[in-house]
Design a protein around this ligand. Sequence first.
Ligand SMILES: [Fe+2]
Length: 261
Amino acid sequence: MNDNRASSDAAVSTQAEVSEEIRQITKAYERDGVEETQPRLDYPPYRSSVLRHPTKDLHHADPEGIELWAPVFGHQDVDPLEADLTLQHRGEPVGERMIVTGRVLDGDGRPVRHQLVEIWQANAGGRYIHKRDQHPAAIDPNFTGVGRCLTDADGNYSFTTIKPGPYPWKNHRNAWRPAHIHFSLFGTEFTQRMITQMYFPGDPLFALDPIYQAITDQRARDRLVATYDHDVTQHEWCTGYRWDIVLTGTHRTPLEEEDHA
Ligand SMILES: [Fe+2]
């Protein structure tokens, strides 16, 4: 870290300060004993959430009006190759090749079929392709980090990709996001659109990350963490992770606002 960056960051909180805020909120949550299953919209350690969260009640939208604007996908619109993020360029991307697969289920455990699942992610060095990402790690010319697929008749989705790296962001000084993949699902109605993040088991950054910690309940947080699955891992080819997504009900996968890091 050079001196310029250090001095311009002088007013920014340290990780120790943010971690202490996280600890106090966790203590209060445990004391209250009221289960929360979704991220808090107003979570001060996650600095920009304070400016962005709604302060008024949500308006009911007219679903029929919205659906007029909703995209309509058929099988012919999604090429099966779009589910393999390692094949989008001439060469092989750098990093740990892996399969991420799972099922999309409704609140009663029924498969959600022919569902559009979209993902976006950083490359192995923790760098996104878009310009807003100024993290000084290399762009991989063989990796864009965007894919999509439709679930099959049993609600299964599957992507082949590269394990993303952790990356720094500007929430506080020395802030790092745990490795994650962003997921978007349209649900069975447009008003059910869900955006969330999938994490990897045992990430050492979990305790330090205000976005992950904004989900105050450990069981709800656990629902965002994939499981390593050796039956998904392929001999001399790639590792495998499994992650199921529940769209509705009490075991619903925690979702988030759209503009997350
Ligand atoms: Fe991200």
